[in-house]
Design a protein around this ligand. Structure first.
Ligand code: NDP
Length: 454
């Protein structure tokens, strides 16, 4: 933590140099990582400690569960948060006693190399965290290299390939994949908060966040007002490549091409861009924040991950329709619900096919170290962060010690009528759980003991 505190500006500079994101966003990556370290330092040791479990109907036995590190964890990470995402896995893996081999995106190798450097600076043995740089083929080689667990964060398409490669060696995988997170603005929402919140959720890191707002569903009675206010806000943002802009560039030309394709397809299908709609200048990697109306669920901008600064806005008539539209997705990562009535918001949230939902908030999930991150459906499975993220980094070893001091157990060979009686007595006790059942069991045990000796 101290090393990170000291080197925070260096980290932010490297992250900025590789991604072009605004300075505030680059520095946020450090804060969130420090907080995760703090959380694991406080809660990790207790969580990973051996845990006694009751031995049920055999009270003469002692049983407990231990956590054992996998060994070497292979982390394959994307470019959108080149510091936090690798740190999530590195920190959890180390806390649980593993070594790590980290393969970052070829677009952001320097941030990952810096993680290796910081680990050495913090006094960790130099081979505990190894960083291997290269493209997708390096990722494939890592999966086949004999590591004991793979934690992959990236697109759903690559996640499929990772799982197929891991299946060859039955290496366990965690897959943190893409999303198409909905923001649902209910008819009683406070638009003073909902409009800037949803816009922030859609445009932070230029929309290149797995839990970005990717589609906005607004109650028809508030639709026009929401669209008007959001359009004004988008038009007022500072966009570009400077340090102090609000919305920075996309990481690569390829990413701009995806976003442009989605917008072009939507406009050709009848959608309208009320603000933005294209690159800042021809050939630029800055895509203007874009609000789209008259969009349809069948358009890519509503159904496929755009990973750019887009707000496609759709109206709905009631909560049921909002839930139906939100769940009309093969993804299931995060969602947000905006309402003045948080009870109603929670009710709607529980009906959503998502592994995390915020009420009147957005993106803050990632800043709460205790909340696990992950998805359902084509957003993947397994969890990063939170204590659940630590669980992924250790397997369990179930331990049992017999403290009965008998030569043999009453159910060991040879079988006879006595065993059937004993098993029936156990059944009686476990089903009834009352004193009569316990008495029948104790009598049966005593009879067996008399017959076979202690
Ligand atoms: P990719 O899937 O393209 O790449 C992710 C990582 O996998 C990169 O390091 C990449 O290397 C590597 N890789 C590529 N091909 C293979 C392969 N065949 N075998 C093993 N590794 C391979 O994702 P992006 O980097 O484009 O990241 C954006 C995606 O990540 C979005 O879909 C986003 O939603 C998702 N994401 C999900 C998060 C979550 O928590 N659910 C968090 C953040 C992002 P290289 O880049 O060098 O090709």
């Amino acid at each position: 933590m101290r090393v990170l505190g000291r080197r925070a500006d260096d980290v932010a500079d490297v992250v900025r140099s590789e991604t072009g994101k605004p300075a505030a966003e680059a520095l946020t990556e450090v804060v969130v990582s420090v907080d995760l370290l703090r959380f694991y330092a406080k809660k990790g040791p207790g969580h990973l400690r051996p845990r006694r479990v009751g031995s049920g109907w055999m009270p003469w036995k002692k049983a407990w569960v231990e956590r054992v590190p996998h060994g070497v964890v292979g982390a394959i990470t994307p470019w959108n948060y080149p510091f936090i995402i690798p740190m999530d896995t590195v920190v959890a893996a180390l806390f649980a006693g593993n070594a790590v081999v980290l393969k970052p995106s070829e677009l952001t190798p320097l941030s990952a190399l810096l993680i290796g450097e910081l680990c050495t600076e913090a006094g960790l043995p130099s081979d505990l965290v190894r960083v291997v740089t290269g493209d997708g083929s390096t990722g494939e080689a890592l999966i086949r290299s004999g590591v004991d667990r793979i934690v992959f964060t990236g697109s759903t398409a690559t996640g499929r390939r990772v799982m197929a490669a891991a299946a060859e060696t039955l290496t366990p995988v965690t897959l943190e994949l893409g999303g198409k997170d909905p923001a649902i603005v209910l008819d009683d929402a406070d638009l003073d908060r909902a409009v800037p919140g949803v816009v922030f959720g859609a445009l932070f890191n230029a929309g290149q966040t797995c839990l970005s707002v990717e589609r906005v569903l607004v109650a028809r009675s508030r639709y026009d007002e929401f669209v008007r206010r959001a359009t004004e806000l988008l038009a007022s943002l500072r966009v570009g490549t400077g340090v102090d802009v609000d919305v920075g560039p996309l990481v690569s030309r390829a990413q701009v091409d995806v976003v442009e394709r989605h917008v072009t397809q939507a406009v050709a299908g009848g959608a309208r861009a009320l603000v933005g709609g294209g690159r800042q200048a021809p050939g630029s990697s800055v895509f203007l924040p874009t609000l789209l109306v008259h969009v349809k669920p069948s358009m890519d901008v509503v159904s496929a991950e755009s990973f750019g600064p887009l707000l496609p806005v759709l109206p709905f008539d009631d909560d049921d329709e909002a839930v139906g539209l939100a769940n009309e997705s093969r993804y299931g990562l995060f969602a947000s619900v905006w309402t003045r009535d948080s009870t109603r918001g929670i009710r709607v949230a529980r009906r959503l096919h998502a592994s995390g939902v915020s009420i009147n908030d957005v993106l803050s999930h990632y800043a709460v170290a205790g909340l696990p991150m992950g998805g359902v459906g084509e957003s993947g499975f397994g969890r990063r962060r939170g204590l659940e993220g630590l669980d992924e980094m250790a397997r369990t070893r179930s331990m049992l010690v017999d403290r009965g001091g008998r030569r043999r157990e009453p159910w060991w060979f040879p079988y006879g009528a006595g065993q059937i009686r004993l098993i029936r007595a156990v059944l009686e006790w476990r089903v009834r759980r009352g004193p009569a059942g316990l008495l029948a069991f104790a009598r049966s045990m005593a009879r067996r003991r008399e017959r076979h000796g202690a």
